[in-house]
Write a protein that binds this ligand. Sequence first.
Ligand code: SF4
Length: 699
Amino acid sequence: MKVAGETRTHCPYCALQCGIRISGQVGEVSIAGDTDFPVNRGRLCVKGFTAAVTLRHGDRITSPMARSADGVLEAISWEDAIDRIGAAVERTQREHGRDAVGVFGSGALTNEKAYQLGKFARVGLSTSSIDYNGRFCMSSAAAAANRAFGLDRGLPFPLADVAEAEVVVLAGGNVGDTMPPLMQYLEAQRARGGRLVVVDPRRTVTAEEATLHVSLVPGTDAALVYGLLHVLIRERMVDEAYIAARTDGFERLRALSASYWPNRVERITGVPEGRIVELARLLGRASSVIVLTGRGPEQQSQGVANASAYINLALALGMVGRPNSGYGCLTGQGNGQGGREHGQKADQLPGYRDIRDPEARLRVAGVWRVDEASIPGPGRSAQEMLSTLGEPGGVRTLLVFGANPATSAADSGMIEERLASLDFLIVSDFFLSETAALADVVLPSAQWAEEEGTMTNLEGRVIHRRAATAPPPGVLTDLEILRQLAERLGRGAWFPSSDPQHVFDELRCATAGAPADYSGISYERIDRERGVFWPCPSAKHPGTPRLFTDSFPTADGKARFFVADHRAPAEEPDRDYPLYLSTGRLLAHYQTGNQTRRVETLQQIESRPRAQIHPATARRLGVTDGDEVVLTTRRASGRFPVQVSSSLREDMVFLPFHWGGELSANRLTNAALDPISRMPEFKVCAVRIDGITTAGVNE
Ligand code: SF4
């Protein structure tokens, strides 16, 4: 690899999108944190420092591949690959209808790719069957924010505000492992005398740093928050003036919270009554409070209700839209923010437009130069599309871009079976993921430092991901793959260019006047200003680092309290499955591990998933570190080494989800969906431990 001089670009992994400087050549590429980028300010985590390893890794796919008659993936030409895909699409749509061809995208794709993929589904394939893996990540918080504020931007304020808040509540997020450079804001906040409250069933590295760690029973966030509100209302510590002026629906919240007296909440959540009162008073007395949620409360079958409860807390305290205050969710995937704005969601058109909205359809149809009636309506959400693959009425030919649902979906063993039942599976990726290994055709695509594009970080800051090197010979960008596929399908006129800037210019037009308005953002502006916050409706507009300062983008300008009673998770421990199972991430790996499992330094830190159990559970079972156990849920079993840890509750097991196949945590998880966001319940299900192996002896 030859990197011409030094290139400033961004880390390929999480939504912090740390600025990096990359330079050098084969074998000696060096990566350093970009001290001028205002988000990470020079800091990187171990994943970012080692990211260059993936660029010329020996596992890289450098030729299209197709499955031979004896079931082996063999190299074929690009012409052959595109033609086989075109023939499969035509055959499936002829025999089963247009929606029988589906597209599955990713929150890792650039804005340009997410936009083009959504357009390709609606204009290139005329199918409603498109969704993406962000449904497994951000959908609950996004739905809650849209309902409450009329707009979803993960953080409606810059990260710098976090450092200035008097109290920060972080619920179900472990940034110390997942986004270490973000810790500098929390460190600065505490150095100024601020208080950090971490709500998490585990005493994570982040919770270790907290002023107050609230360890709750998994799946009980909403009950805890209504307990806090009960105390705040009882002690007249809510902001009545703000509630009257800027919100609607508080009386429903008051009525519901009345029944969540603290000793009842203690029985539900396991959080002592005294601690509930202490936390409520801490919040009620603070002049500025930021409430942040991570995947803990969101990846549940009541994920929207949980996120809404935390939003209600911030609204009742009068904090949303005030300086150094408010509610935000910590987006996970690299482009988890932009990826949920530009049309790869089943119900969405670019700019966060609703595909059911006649005005939005007309506007986008004009940019796409198609008849509005030709744009399909909403399709099925990710888990619903995946769980009906190959079935009558389901998708029979699927194109996957940058995602690995065989490992990332809940109840992934079932999803693997459904993927295998497809008539035709196409996967575009740079490594042979567990999903790509099942494909009929695999397309080798360019990755982060090999292509231009924009990403939108967790703050809503649109940034420029610059290319530092060319992709290996034989590898194409996803934009070029989509252009060639459209041409093969006779739709080339609608996809004339694979140049990222051309696609971005079209995206700008398509989002003009929309909630996520990018029309005033250009590559040049991003470079000059080190990122631009959307909405940014004109070249002269300064961008919008802070939202909701004066009003909310709702019909009457007020925020809404959405109130839903606490509901237990779909599965709770019982006699047969006596513990909670919760899944999550580790410092050394990212999402399904398709990249990070190939990086030796990261593998040395964590080479396989270990089942974390409490010392009391370990004593009861007679196991110690390194012994193996079988974890069994109602869906599957898996054998894992034990890691005894006093950092988690006695009633739970924690398992990281970065591995596939036999080591997949998601073979165990529950696909019960949130009724609004359609988020699966990754964070809570019931599990039992048996099949103990100690010193080579099976019990
Ligand atoms: Fe930064 Fe996230 Fe990359 Fe780590 S993984 S360097 S926190 S962007």
